[in-house]
Design a protein around this ligand. Structure first.
Ligand code: PEP
Length: 274
């Protein structure tokens, strides 16, 4: 069974003092929770602080983007290997806000995924359709092209390394991000299953293992329903990641949902033996 993963995306928020109190509250609220994995992706400037406050806890940390270049004359860019120096585990790539603000193509996002993997970090590769695409009924086509950019766009050795390290796919319908209108559990499940099917065409085992998390207005109120879906392996959380109460509640729900699934599996196993 895939372990659930809940990741907070802090976006352009925080300062040293606020981060200190948010992280301290999270560490204390989640210290007894071990049934799922938890992480926060912070602005680059706070990676050092995240490392100092989170090392040795059950919460990982990461960044929100990485350059497609390793080094050179690329003023203001930050490379994946620089990020790796701060003990991170994850880097978000291809978030819709980056795709829109920087006109980032699937191909560029795939190059960034490659640099992240080469640096030994786990990319959280975001895919998802806009409202216009959703209304036009082209969601699956859009997401398919975004997935193909990594299943077919990465060099073979990079893809092999990605399978070793792990990639997380975040399905984030753009219309659900920050809108207060999350996808329904069945909409999320349908797209997650579709994504897993696309990956299975390239590698069946990898498709079973890969985590596909959902992002877009996930809250403590809708988390249980979304996270209970068979192919929803966790959440990428924006607004609620800025509240220790809300974020920890979602994390705790993720752990509970995993435990319920494990109990069901065990019960079914027992039934099968009877
Ligand atoms: C996001 O930006 O990745 C996100 C999921 O935001 P929100 O939870 O606020 O919709």
């Amino acid at each position: 069974m895939r372990r659930k993963l809940v990741v907070g995306n802090w976006k352009l928020n925080g300062n040293l003092a606020k981060n200190q109190s948010l992280i301290s509250a999270l560490v204390s609220k989640l210290k007894a929770e071990h049934a799922a994995d938890y992480a926060v992706c912070v602005p680059f400037t706070y990676l050092f602080q995240a490392q100092a406050l989170l090392a040795g806890t059950n919460i990982s940390w990461g960044a929100q983007n990485a350059s497609q270049f390793e080094s050179g004359a690329y003023t203001s860019s930050i490379s994946a290997s620089m990020i790796a120096e701060f003990g991170c585990q994850y880097v978000i790539i291809g978030h819709s806000e980056r795709r829109t603000l920087s006109n980032e193509s699937n191909q560029k996002a795939a190059r960034r995924v490659a640099r992240v993997v080469e640096s030994g970090l786990i990319p959280i590769y975001c895919v998802g359709e806009t409202l216009e695409e959703h209304n036009a009924g082209t969601s699956k086509n859009v997401v398919k092209n975004q997935i193909i950019a990594i299943t077919h766009g990465l060099e073979d050795d990079v893809f092999a390394r990605a399978k070793e390290i792990g990639i997380v796919i975040a399905y984030e319908p753009v219309w659900a991000i920050g809108s207060g209108q999350a996808a329904t559990p069945s909409q999320a499940q349908d797209m997650h299953l579709f994504i897993r099917g696309l990956i299975a065409k390239v590698d069946k085992d990898f498709a079973e293992k890969i985590k596909i998390i959902y992002g877009g207005s996930m809250t403590p109120h809708n988390a249980a329903a979304l996270l209970s879906m068979a192919d929803v392996d966790g959440g990428l959380i924006g607004r609620c990641a800025l509240s220790a109460d809300d974020f920890s509640k979602i994390c705790i729900v993720a752990g509970k949902v995993s435990q319920v699934s494990l109990t069901n599996m065990a019960d079914n196993g027992k039934k099968a033996l009877i």
